[in-house]
Design a protein around this ligand. Structure first.
Ligand code: LP5
Ligand code: MN
Length: 248
């Protein structure tokens, strides 16, 4: 007891096009996250990350400086890639001071075996997305993509965003949520009793029974309309909201 909590965020989707979200996240880094012993960023920190050579972009440079400041004051920072920033690499890790994590990743969180994920891998009913995911996670596809000029990669990402929005408009909402059997299997095989993930933008706490054991699944909020994080300590987890009135 008395130990500092551990914070989790996902789906901040930082972009110069949403200055309000950027300001709220910078406020979070400067004024809130310092209370934690560790900050886990579970994917989609950026709206689109096309490669670490984009670090010179002034918007990205500003963000990495502020992330670095947090790791410099002793907050352990961890980053798991999402479906928007899976091309984040070692150069970005060095610039921010974070430790990259694989997806999924199992941690001991105050004695509770907790499985961390971005969450997209469990949306197994979304077959079109899973096919896309297999392709862009393939190392040879990634090597070919990284070899293209930065401007071309940015344009491809933008075109893919538009295709994705069009595809999503034709999908039933249910298939864009995680699949119950996939969650069950993930918790069971990891021997975990808690899962924390993002991606679906459906913040909630769900309970479920796995192999006769009561488990919980926390879904992190996105930062579109407001921001938020999950704070966990020995007493459990609670979702905290950051609203427009926070930055002063
Ligand atoms: O992102 P979100 O939450 O809005 O939607 C996701 C799925 N979409 C994606 C695509 C990303 O948004 C695109 C941005 C990536 C930026 C990274 C830059 C580097 C890669 C550049 C790639 C060229 O992840 C969406 C899910 C939704 O989550 C819910 O889970 O439904 O999936 C889709 O919409 C994908 C379509 O269903 C399938 C599109 C097939 C198009 C095939 C084109 C082939 C291109 C091959 C080269 C990549
Ligand atoms: Mn996502």
């Amino acid at each position: 007891m008395g130990e500092k909590p551990v914070f989790f965020v996902a789906d901040v989707h930082l972009t110069p096009e949403r200055p309000w979200t950027t300001d709220l996240f910078l406020y979070f880094l400067a004024r809130v996250a310092g209370q934690a012993q560790a900050l886990y960023i579970l994917g989609d920190l950026f709206e689109a990350w096309v490669g670490d050579d984009d670090l010179d972009d002034p918007f990205h440079a500003r963000l990495t400086t502020r992330l670095r400041r947090l790791s410099d004051v002793g907050v352990a920072m961890y980053f798991m890639a999402g479906n928007r920033d899976f091309l984040a690499g070692d150069t970005l890790a060095q610039a921010t001071g974070w430790t990259p994590l694989p997806d999924p990743c199992r941690i001991d969180l105050y004695g509770v075996t907790t499985l961390l994920s971005h969450g997209d891998a469990y949306c197994t009913d979304d077959h079109a997305y899973q096919a896309f995911r297999r392709q862009v996670r393939d190392p040879s596809w990634q090597a070919a993509f990284r070899a293209r000029p930065l401007a071309e990669r940015r344009a491809m990402a933008q075109a893919m965003r538009e295709q994705s929005e069009a595809a999503k408009a034709g999908k039933r909402p249910a298939i864009m949520d995680v699949h119950a059997a996939a969650i069950h299997e993930a918790l069971s095989s990891a021997g975990a009793t808690r899962m924390i993930h993002g991606h679906t933008h459906r913040p909630a706490r769900h309970t479920l029974s796995v192999d006769g054991v009561e488990c919980e699944r926390w879904v992190l909020t996105d930062w579109y309309a407001e921001g938020g994080y999950l704070a966990c300590d020995a007493g459990g987890c609670r979702a905290e909201t950051l609203s427009a009135s926070s930055p002063t």
